[in-house]
Write a protein that binds this ligand. Sequence first.
Ligand code: IMP
Length: 428
Amino acid sequence: MNSVVVVGTQWGDEGKGKITDFLAKEADAVVRFQGGNNAGHTIVFDDKKYALHLVPSGIFRKDTVNVLANGMVINPKALIEELEMLKSRGINDFKLAISDRAHIVLPYHVQLDGLFEDLKKDNKKVGTTNKGIGPAYNDKSSRIGIRVCDFIDLDVFKDKLQDNLEYYNKLFKLFGKPLIETADVYNEYKEYSNLIKQYVKDTGLLLNNMLEEGKKVLFEGAQGALLCLDHGTYPFVTSSSPTAASVPLSTGISPKYINEILGVTKAYSTRVGSGYFVTEFEDDVAENIRDVGHEYGTTTGRPRRIGWIDTVVLRHTRRISGITGLSVMLLDVLSGIDTLKICVAYKLEGEIIDYVPASISDFERCEPIYIELEGWNEDITTTTSFSDLPVNAQQYLNKISELSNIDLAMFSVGPDRKQTVVLKNMFK
Ligand code: IMP
């Protein structure tokens, strides 16, 4: 198999960055295919920690091609800052390719993101990362977006920028927001345009060629399936589709090249931003999970909301992404908890259901139905095989695999690359 897709099965922050970094050692290319710098992928190795927002997790391996594909919305300033941060930490030798069809995020998108949220009633705010992601995708579907190929042609960039600011400044004026001058944005961003030009390519062509030559390609999803614009808990979702189904469209590769799909889940659940979360709980156990698991957003620093693992969500995600292997992350965080709960179904108005309802008001009325398993007390952070795990931890993993109907491919017992146990090789 020469393509593997890594997708989040929950609401993002499942630890995909670590898994992608781990699989990247076998890959010839690592591809981010949707979202932008709303994502935060934390990678730890050699006692160093890196937070990536735009750059694919293969950037630490000098022979790996790192692709920012057409489905992404890219903030050029944030990209340059991220590359500078990597260079300042000695990561100089890398291969980067940016799709000429990806869209650009500009300062007016960020201001619009804040404005749209401000205009919503409190219970309707999405709680976005305020990085301008939604407004950039709005522009894409309104056909006024600025693509990378436009951005690196400075005349085209200036012309489109001027048109868009004429339009959006009317809105900013109406709502008392600062006006944004074309010249200010142009003068600053033309520098970024010149800096990124060297990396711009038709990445669809590049990736199809690589796959046809038998090279190994890893597709790195950002966010999680429940934040999918189509299949998530709409409207409390992001503006792209972080599913495996999104990969061909968002990269330009033929759908026939998708092979294995690795779903990444935490051993529990978390969510940041608004929106109902069936298995959420708040007590000393949740506080302990938040502390031990460092459950604070990589992008915004917000404390993450904590819940038990939800296998209704996992089955939903398995269906929409065709997941062929499950990676359970942060298992070590659950050590020392007496009783662990697993959500097996929902109760909606007295009826037991086994799906995520489309209607948010139905979803908000769903109550979790749990089974309980006995926890374990042992420190498992040095575990190197499944059979090394305490029996209760083995039973916990087996139960998740059985209920989600996905074979266990990997599990993780700590943040370091070394703390990863592989049961199934995704690249064969
Ligand atoms: P946006 O993507 O900034 O528009 O935010 C929309 C929703 O997706 C909010 O609830 C965010 O908290 C959530 N979100 C976006 N990116 C991530 C991520 O990488 N991890 C977790 N949640 C995210």
